[in-house]
Design a protein around this ligand. Structure first.
Ligand code: IPD
Ligand code: CA
Ligand code: CA
Length: 262
């Protein structure tokens, strides 16, 4: 059976919620009083603002969709058994955030029986709200968006990121970066995977790749790209969520460059 949720109604509710969370995040951006803790490695940080933002998101799901399950970056997976799963990154781009850099986002996806049906990425400082509903398109501030149409890698501007275990793991994206840099017009490292994918969805980046992401970094952004007419291709199984995104042609060209690298 198909799901029975009015997803555009959900988006209307989420718009109010993320506006409130985004205001809270902006008020504390780069604040010298931000308490930092480290997580998986010495460079993987978390702030009180990540945790408080996540608490607001979880409270929202519990209030409106109490039977649904939740997978959230800072608190893990809830005990609920449900066809519905909320996949939440309350603050994607924490390194930027703690530095006072304005590129960070809230990323929220809703999956039904394992398939993402709604994705929302909000970048509060930039006042950009991206959302997508499966089969219904992708939007930036309520206007339809589409991936870029370029067909030549050398004309393309790509984005990527580096994993927090860059110092410890041999597959750390440096080889991919070295291979692709001379084959493209430019490569950017914005520091928020969710925002990178949103930027692919609206055509500002022609392509993107990254390895060792977590579901909360990528779930909403992947749906944005797909609903904007793009392709998202997994490229290795051993490093969690590893993906290439863009239009189908550029994704193929990126894959051809990196497929032979370890
Ligand atoms: C990180 C950002 C970054 C990406 C890392 C992610 P966080 O998420 O999305 O761009 O390169 O892999 O973990 O820790 O800021 O939520
Ligand atoms: Ca993240
Ligand atoms: Ca995060």
């Amino acid at each position: 059976m198909d799901h029975t949720i009015d997803l555009f109604g959900v988006i209307d509710r989420l718009k109010q919620l993320v506006a409130e969370i985004g205001k809270f995040q902006q008020e504390n951006l780069g604040s010298a009083k931000l308490a930092l803790a480290v997580k998986s490695t010495a460079i993987d940080i978390v702030t009180e603002i990540d945790k408080k933002s996540e608490a607001k998101l979880i409270a929202f799901v519990k209030e409106y969709y109490p039977a649904h399950a939740i997978l959230a970056e800072e608190s893990g997976r809830s005990a609920a058994q449900s066809d519905y799963l909320w996949i939440i990154d309350p603050l994607d781009g924490t390194t930027n955030y703690a530095q006072g850099l304005p590129i960070f986002s809230v990323s929220i996806a809703l999956a039904y029986r394992g398939q993402t049906i709604l994705g929302l990425v909000y970048a509060p400082v930039l006042a950009e709200l991206y959302y997508a509903v499966r089969g219904q398109g992708a939007f930036l501030n309520d206007r339809p968006i589409h991936v870029a149409a370029k067909t030549n890698l050398l004309d393309s501007v790509l984005a990527t990121g580096f994993p927090y275990d860059v110092a410890e793991h041999p597959v750390n994206n440096i080889d991919y970066f070295t291979r692709l840099l001379p084959k493209t017009r430019a490569i950017r490292r914005f520091g928020s995977a969710a925002y990178d994918l949103a930027s692919v969805a609206c055509g500002r980046f022609d392509g993107y790749w990254e390895l060792n992401l977590s579901p909360w970094d990528a779930a909403a952004g992947i749906l944005l790209v797909e609903e904007a007419g793009g392709t998202v291709q997994p490229f290795r199984q051993d490093r969690k969520v590893s993906i290439i995104a863009g239009n189908n042609t550029i994704v193929g060209q990126i894959y051809n460059e990196i497929k032979t690298l370890q």
